[in-house]
Design a protein around this ligand. Structure first.
Ligand SMILES: C[S@@+](CC[C@H](N)C(=O)[O-])C[C@H]1O[C@@H](n2cnc3c(N)ncnc32)[C@H](O)[C@@H]1O
Length: 141
């Protein structure tokens, strides 16, 4: 199956140098992880999911627990696509944002198709990129 294109990932490809370290939170069977790898020349792509899908290197556990393994300012981008309920999206944004370096990208999927995602993103950010189902911001602090 070919995944739909993800505008946040294309934006990173077009606006950042290769050699990035990123994370996808909520991986499922790895369709978008493959898309990220094919689109960006990542050095490391951390994959986090609560369910063990048998993907090589998958960090199995809840997002709010796995996040503790990461140093602050470590990631060039994080793609949030785990639990889409408002409280969880809010929590993922708050917990993963410190893990991204200044100038890095924080975003995720299902902005239109999930009311919880839209509510959380709208609440946290005044300005953000939004295209198709992706939303993203550049970390400036
Ligand atoms: C929409 S799917 C991810 C799809 C994938 N990003 C893609 O585009 O191909 C959501 C995934 O998030 C995982 N998930 C849900 N809640 C989670 C949590 N609290 N922590 C980690 N993973 C979670 C689910 O097991 C599921 O595999």
């Amino acid at each position: 199956m070919i995944p739909d294109t993800r505008p946040m990932i294309e934006w990173i490809r077009d606006n950042r140098e290769a050699g990035l370290t990123g994370a996808e939170i909520g991986v499922n069977h790895g369709l978008n992880a493959e898309y990220i790898r094919n689109t960006l020349k990542v050095v490391v792509l951390y994959l986090v999911d609560a369910v063990d899908y048998g993907i090589n290197g998958l960090m199995v556990g809840y997002s709010n627990d796995i996040v503790k393994k990461f140093q602050d300012g470590w990631l060039d981008f994080v793609y949030i696509d785990a639990n889409h309920q408002y409280e969880y999206v809010l929590e993922d944004i708050k917990l993963w944002t410190p893990k991204v370096k200044k100038g890095g990208v924080i975003g995720g999927h299902d902005y239109h198709s999930s009311a919880g995602v839209k509510q959380a993103v709208n609440e946290v950010y005044k300005d953000f990129y939004q295209e198709k189902e992706d939303w993203w911001v550049i970390k400036n602090g």
